[in-house]
Design a protein around this ligand. Structure first.
Ligand SMILES: Cc1cc2nc3c(=O)[nH]c(=O)nc-3n(C[C@H](O)[C@H](O)[C@H](O)COP(=O)(O)OP(=O)(O)OC[C@H]3O[C@@H](n4cnc5c(N)ncnc54)[C@H](O)[C@@H]3O)c2cc1C
Length: 402
């Protein structure tokens, strides 16, 4: 009889690794999650979560907990950072929720990660291990194993690489495909509510598009704080992440924006800086009993606000395929990969296009404003149907409770 209960090794304990663990446990697997850091955690910043991610969280059993941490914004707003003019709204209120079966919301990363972490800790089939940096994997006669920096070996029926945009598992699996540096740099800060100018305390995820730059803000943590992200294009070639940033650099990159934007960028006394990168799509991310998930599989720019949402979706898909593979993990991995590749890479490539649109200048900026201003809510909903309505998970989702 074929085997139906598997031991899985997950490399990386971010949103992808922990949601993968939940999905695998739901499929009856025993899971060991290896995290390189000394503690499981996330950076202090916000994240936008679409209805597709809430559908995934519902499947993984953390939907209610996730919704309890979220701020429910009314709309996504596009502003012109040069003129200060309002361009377009995408309402995400009742009609949106009714249509897509779950809300669009914003949440602190530590809260979202914490919900998954608590669920993993409470699950007897999941073991979380810190201070284990995976350096290599190997397919074995009966499964797969990883070796960590400390020389420890963890063996199972399969290995899932959830080790992020600079994944070691991917590096080995692909022979080292290049991180694609686009010259985009993101600065992040979290403001106290009272620091945010009163006339910009909107219940919205607002994006101010400027020449080769854009700024995003939204409320977080029950309206106690505001998340602020400022992104610009430059010629950087280093790949620094979460480094200290300087007010001088950020202001110099937002030279041509209106006073309202500039004044917000002058507020933070502490900025963190990320050099952003994605990777070109690949047609295969599986090697025998080893596969990839989340940013390790399809790292993307943040312009669609979908990277973590895709990791959550991956976890549902992998769980589902394992449950229906009749004990054949290779078949499950192939089906998982086939189903995810088009969807996840559509997000990667669409994000690149959105980046160009946000950073438009000259006549392109005028065209952007004119095209986007003409859009009605229905136009947006229709064009987002593939993303928010197309996961096949809606039937599993209860109505959002707030
Ligand atoms: C500025 C910005 C804004 C964003 N906004 C959004 C948004 O609004 N909505 C959204 O859905 N997405 C957003 N994203 C994308 C999202 O953050 C990522 O897609 C998501 O965090 C990927 O999760 P992951 O678990 O796959 O990878 P990661 O979050 O990178 O987690 C990888 C984990 O693996 C660990 N690790 C790494 N290497 C090893 C190793 N060798 N061995 C063991 N452990 C290892 C790391 O320490 C980490 O804990 C944004 C990204 C950026 C940069």
């Amino acid at each position: 009889m074929s085997k139906t209960t598997f031991n899985m090794v997950v490399a990386g304990g971010g949103i992808g690794g922990l949601s993968a663990a939940m999905g695998l446990a739901k499929a009856g697997c025993k899971v060991t999650v290896l995290e390189q850091a000394s503690a499981f955690g996330e950076i202090g910043a916000g994240i936008q979560i679409g209805p597709n991610a809430f559908h995934a969280m519902d499947y993984l059993g953390v939907g209610e907990a996730g919704r309890s941490k979220a701020v429910y914004i009314d709309k996504l707003v596009l502003m012109d950072a040069v003129s200060g003019d309002h361009i377009s709204d995408l309402p995400v209120g009742e009609e949106f929720r009714g249509r897509f079966g779950n809300p669009y919301a914003v949440v602190h990363r530590a809260d979202l990660h914490g919900v998954l972490h608590d669920a993993c800790k409470a699950n007897d089939n999941i073991t979380l291990v810190n201070n284990q940096r995976v350096v290599s994997y190997e397919n074995t006669a009966n499964g797969a194993k990883v070796t960590t920096e400390s020389g420890d070996v963890f063996e199972g029926d399969a290995v899932i690489g959830c080790d992020g945009v600079r994944s070691m598992i991917r590096q080995q699996l692909t022979g080292g495909d290049e991180l694609r540096l686009s010259g985009h740099v993101a600065y992040r800060a979290v403001l106290k509510l009272e620091q945010m100018p009163e006339d910009m305390r909107w219940n919205a995820a607002a994006l101010w598009g400027g020449p080769k730059c854009h700024m995003v803000h939204y409320p977080l943590q029950g309206w106690k704080t505001f998340n602020l992200v400022a992104t610009f294009q430059t010629d950087v070639s280093n790949v620094g992440t979460n480094e200290p940033g300087t007010r001088e650099e950020i202001l110099s990159r937002f030279g041509d924006v209106c006073d309202r934007v500039r004044k917000v960028l002058e507020i933070p006394t502490e900025w963190r800086r990320w050099v952003l990168g994605d990777r070109d799509p690949i047609e295969n991310w599986t090697d025998g009993n080893v596969t990839l998930l989340g940013d390790a599989a399809h790292p993307t720019h943040q312009y669609f606000a979908q990277g973590a949402c895709m990791a959550l979706e991956d976890s549902v898909c992998l769980s589902d395929k394992i449950q229906h593979c009749g004990g054949d993990l290779n078949k499950a991995f192939q089906q998982y990969q086939d189903e995810r590749i088009v969807r996840a890479y559509r997000v990667v490539l669409s994000s690149r296009m959105l980046g160009k649109m946000y950073h438009a200048q000259g006549v392109e900026r005028l065209i952007r404003n004119s095209v986007m201003a003409a859009k009605k809510p229905e136009d947006y909903y229709h064009s987002l149907e593939w993303l928010y309505g197309g996961t096949g998970l809606m039937s599993a989702a209860p109505q959002a409770a707030e």
